[in-house]
Structures are given as C-alpha cells and as structure tokens.
Design a protein around this ligand. Structure first.
Ligand SMILES: *Cc1c(COP(=O)(O)O)cnc(C)c1O
Length: 419
C-alpha cells in the first residue's frame, strides 16, 4: 500500500476540489470491500468462471534450448477472457462500483484495450458503460470500437486537445466530477490520483500471487521476472508479492520505439527526455519538454505508447528494486516471431517487449536460472499492425479486396446495425 497516497515522493492526489470527495469515497469503499468476505468470494468466483483464472505458467522448452541459458517460463495472461490482463482490473473496479451502489461506469481508453475490457465487465455485471476515446484513436482503432459497441458500451469520441488518450482521461475526469453520485470512473492502469495506483495494483496482483503459488507447487525459484511497462499495471501486479523481498530480479521493459531521440520512444525511466512532473492528478516521471508539457511518444505497441508511468514503479525504479530497460520496435517484432514459431504462442505487441528482454537476458544466465516472462496479452488483436510489416503486399491486396467486396455486396448492408 502507498503511504497516504505516496510512494516515496511519487503519487499523491493532485486534483481539482470537486474530485476529492469521489476519490476519498472510493478509497473508503475499496478498503471496506477488501475486508468484505462476500465481495471477495464473488470476485474470486468471477475470476475463476468468467476470466478463466488461474492462467497457466508455461515452460518454454524450445526457446530455452535455442537461447542456451536460463530456463524460460511464460505466464499466459493473454489467455484471460478478452485476451489480456486488463480484465482483472476492469472486473475488480466494476464489482466495487456495484457494491458502492453505482450503476454507471465511465472509462478512458487509448488503443481501446482497456475500453474493451471495461465494456465486457459492464456487460457481465449489468452496468451502463460509456468509454471516452480520442477522436484520432477512434478512427485508427475501429476493431476495438466495434468490440466495445458489441458489448453494449457507448464510445464517446473526444475532440479536444490532441484528440488522443490524454484528452480522453481529461474528459472522463470531467464527467466524473459532474456525476460522482451515480458514476464510477474505471481508470485503466496503475496511475492517476490516489487511490487508483493502489486499487489497480491490488486487482492486478492476482497475476503475481498465482505465479508465486505456481512456482512453489513446482519447486521453481525464479531468478528474474520480466514484464512490459506502459502505465505499469501488468508489471506492478506481476511484481507485487515480490517487491519487499530481495529476489527475484524485477525487470520492466519500456517501449524503445525507433530509437533514443525525443519523440521516438516511450521510455519514461530510461529515456533522454525523462523528467519528474505532475500530470493528470499524480506526481511521477514523464516525457516532458522544458516547459513541462507532455512530449509526443512513439511505439509500435499502442499499449506502451504513453508519456507517463505509475508512481509506484517510478519510486521502485529510482530505488533500484525494479530494473528498467527498453526494447526497440524491431526487437519486439523479432521476439513476437521467435515465440510464435518456437513455442506456438502469439504474444501481443506490448508483451513482445518483455519477450525481447528475455531473449537478451537468457543466454547471459546459467541453466539453473529461471526467467518468467509475463505475456500480458495475446497477439490476435495486432494483425492490423503485424501484417503490414511482415506481409505488406498481401495485406494491401486483402484490404483493397475487402473494400471492393463491401462496396459491391449489398447483402452485407441488409443485415442491419446492431441494436
Ligand atoms: C494495455 C496493455 C499493456 C500496457 O499497460 P500496463 O498498464 O503497463 O500493463 C501491456 N500489455 C497489453 C496486452 C495491454 O493491453
């Protein structure tokens, strides 16, 4: 837990006065729920039967043999319902909202993965759902918009500012400030004003607790845990049970993008433009210009493409307990191919950054060492990103053919819209 909302000097609750009450009420309700056997029992049942927990801890024999060093295990978080770890937090917060008597959920989303998880959680729990998404993102992430609408959510395109994730967060905060009694804001990563970093870590720490138990059952002593790091929810949840111990090594991998230049990556801890600052309600490390304005970021993986990082990870990075590194777009693509071909496991583009670090680290360690990689999501969703890279010509032909088919085939239209 944070110390009154802070992790060393990071964190806090830097919000407008109108948001203090909803945040304080949320903190009280969260603490109550975490001590309420009824809540915990319902949560556990949903985790088991709906999310599909526990997720497997898979030994990767071929990758281990080829890399010729440490044994590699993969936590298959991508097998969770909806395809990634985000559902752990979405279900937890939506259930909490229900216990608080709220019937309306709002969420922000960038690439759409958190919006999708929240939309699914709301459908499952019978809650009304509105997802704020920058207009630019709505346009480039249509498959996720379609899924959110399929789950019954309303997707609200945000037209202010740069019309991307940051602006979606601002809109969601504004909505929450105007409707605190009916509405809960499901924040998607382990950041934002307190108590969100504590809440999101708690709901994601099921990943780490399962890994700890799975290791014990099988007599495995991990040397290093590796996770990719956007806002930091899958990494902090994976690391949580181990933070106060000396071992294993905890390694977080940021997006190295196309290189070290400003605007070319999303390396908040290891990058050239990394600065301490306060944004969107919390103090942490951000990619900022000299005037303290957010810099543009770049990554092939939408989920890592953000200028801020959760305050607890910033503190753990500064203290040295969590080691930060980065993987380039190209290294992540190579890792994606490596694990797909050799293990039959398709990593999400984000998770491939963790896979890339495992490929670098394993040969430097001995055969007695064990690396566990968190595959935060599966890669089916990335076909629109990977196909233009790996098979550009065929993909272009496919898209042209699809447009022709849709424009010529009137049966498709006659099936009508989803009501
Ligand atoms: C959103 C996302 C991430 C990045 O978010 P964190 O909060 O850093 O975990 C990583 N992997 C996948 C599959 C995602 O969808």
């Amino acid at each position: 837990m944070s110390d009154n909302g802070f992790f060393d000097r990071f964190g806090g609750k830097y919000v407008a006065e109108v948001l203090r009450r909803p945040l304080d009420e949320l903190e009280v309700a969260f603490k109550k729920a975490m001590a309420d056997p009824e809540f915990l029992e319902e949560f556990r049942t949903i985790q088991r039967d709906y999310i599909g927990r526990e997720t497997p801890l898979y030994f990767a024999p071929t990758a281990t043999r080829i890399l010729g060093g440490a044994k590699i295990y993969i936590k298959l978080e991508g097998l969770a319902n909806t395809g990634a770890h985000k559902i752990n937090n979405a279900i937890g917060q939506c259930l909490l909202a229900k216990y608080m008597g709220k019937k309306r959920i709002i969420a922000e989303t960038g690439a759409g993965q958190h919006g999708l998880a929240t939309a699914a959680a709301c459908a499952k729990l019978g809650l009304d759902c509105t997802v704020y998404m920058g207009e630019v993102d709505v346009r480039r992430q249509q498959p996720n918009v379609a899924s959110m609408e399929m789950y019954g959510a309303k997707v609200h395109a945000v037209t202010s500012g740069s019309r991307t994730l940051k602006d979606a967060v601002n809109e969601a905060m504004r909505d929450w400030a105007a409707n605190p009694d009916t509405t809960h804001y499901v924040l998607g990563s382990a950041l934002g004003p307190s108590p969100f970093p504590d809440i999101v870590r708690e709901f994601q720490s099921v990943i780490g607790r399962e890994v700890e138990r799975q290791c014990e059952e099988r007599g495995i002593k991990p040397t290093a845990l590796i996770a990719c790091c956007g806002g930091g929810s899958n990494s902090i949840g994976f690391f949580a049970p181990f933070i106060d111990k000396k071992e294993p090594r905890l390694i977080a991998v940021e997006a190295g993008g196309i290189g070290p230049g400003v605007g070319e990556n999303a390396s908040r801890m290891t990058g050239n433009a990394s600065r301490e600052g306060i944004m969107q309600g919390y103090k942490s490390r951000f990619l900022l210009d000299e005037d303290g304005q957010a810099l543009p970021t770049r990554s092939i993986s939408a989920g890592l493409d953000y200028c801020g990082i959760g305050p607890q990870l910033a503190a753990l990075g500064m203290s040295g307990r969590v080691e930060f590194t980065s993987a380039l777009d190209k290294e992540a693509l190579d890792a994606l191919k490596f694990f797909a071909r050799n293990e039959g496991i398709l990593f999400a583009m984000e998770s491939s950054h963790a896979g890339a670090e495992a490929i670098k680290l394993a040969p430097k360690l001995s055969k007695d060492d064990v690396i566990i990689v968190n595959m935060s999501g599966r890669g089916d969703k990335d076909v629109f990103i990977t196909s233009p890279v790996f098979r550009r010509k065929e993909w272009l032909e496919f898209l042209h053919a699809e447009i022709d088919r849709l424009e010529s085939d009137k049966d498709v239209h006659d099936l009508g819209e989803i009501k």
